[in-house]
Design a protein around this ligand. Structure first.
Ligand SMILES: Nc1ncnc2c1ncn2[C@@H]1O[C@H](COP(=O)(O)OP(=O)(O)OP(=O)(O)O)[C@@H](O)[C@H]1O
Ligand SMILES: [Mg+2]
Length: 236
């Protein structure tokens, strides 16, 4: 075969594969975006292990109407500007790859409201194509719904495990973020049932109770002010 540059559609599908391996990767990316937007409450709803539906709603900053379409273009981000910024990243995301990657392999609907604007915006995309861009009133924040992940890519769909396994991976990811950011209130609903809920009190113990249960959490030992040399040893 001769060497040639691939067409844009193939390039974006390959790039999407690096970001979106399974439903839990979608949840991770949407959670990180919600956290970067300064949310205090994040609700995650999934159906069939996230394969048929993932919906993440937050009460963060929202996205200004004129930026809603560009948010789904590759390498578009509000989090860095220059090469120099790469040395001081304080956000969880910065590549400008997550939303376009998710949109390349699923149907996506986003509704968002940026405080101070006259109205909110709702955009829909189907496997990378912008389908609609409408005005919609809503409270400040963003809701992203991802439906039918990999439906048009049977090879990727076949690689997924059972709905239960995919759902457990989502639950694991959400649990990790509840422990890392206990000041945020989370609610994870799977097939209509709440499976994880945290109070957002800012206390790590409250998140640990929600994730591991009261008995296990109460038996945990809190270690404060760990010397950096210990951490270096643990990481080794
Ligand atoms: N929930 C959200 N609330 C507010 N803004 C958002 C939200 N999700 C996405 N955005 C905006 O859309 C942009 C693109 O999101 P995307 O996740 O693709 O890229 P990123 O977060 O900048 O980098 P990365 O690809 O590393 O996640 C973000 O930079 C941010 O400005
Ligand atoms: Mg992101």
């Amino acid at each position: 075969m001769t060497i040639k540059v691939l067409d844009e559609k193939v390039i974006s599908q390959i790039a999407a594969g690096e970001v979106v391996e399974r439903p839990a990767s979608v949840v991770k990316e949407l959670l990180e975006n919600a956290l970067d937007a300064g949310s205090t409450q994040i609700s995650i709803e999934i159906k069939n292990g996230g394969i048929s539906l993932i919906r993440v709603s937050d009460d963060g900053t929202g996205i200004p109407e004129k930026e809603t379409d560009i948010a789904f273009e590759r390498h578009s981000t509000s989090k860095i500007d220059s090469l120099l910024d790469l040395q001081h990243i304080s956000s969880l995301g910065f590549r400008g790859e997550a939303l376009p990657s998710i949109a390349a392999v699923a149907q996506v609907q986003m509704s968002t409201y940026f405080s101070g604007e006259a109205t909110g915006t709702c955009v829909s995309l189907d496997n990378g194509q912008l389908i609609s861009h409408d005005f919609q009133s809503r409270s400040p924040g963003t809701t992203i719904t991802v439906s039918n992940l990999f439906r048009k890519i049977p090879a990727r769909l076949k690689f997924l495990k059972s709905e239960n396994t995919e759902g457990s991976r989502i639950s694991e990811i959400v649990s990790q973020y509840t422990l890392a950011f206990p000041e945020v209130r989370y609610n994870l609903i799977s097939d209509g049932k709440t499976i994880l809920r945290t109070p957002g009190s800012g206390k790590l113990l409250d998140s640990a109770i929600a994730v591991y249960g009261n008995e296990t959490a109460q038996n945990m030992l809190e270690i404060k002010n760990i010397p950096e040399s210990w951490i270096a040893q643990l990481i080794k």
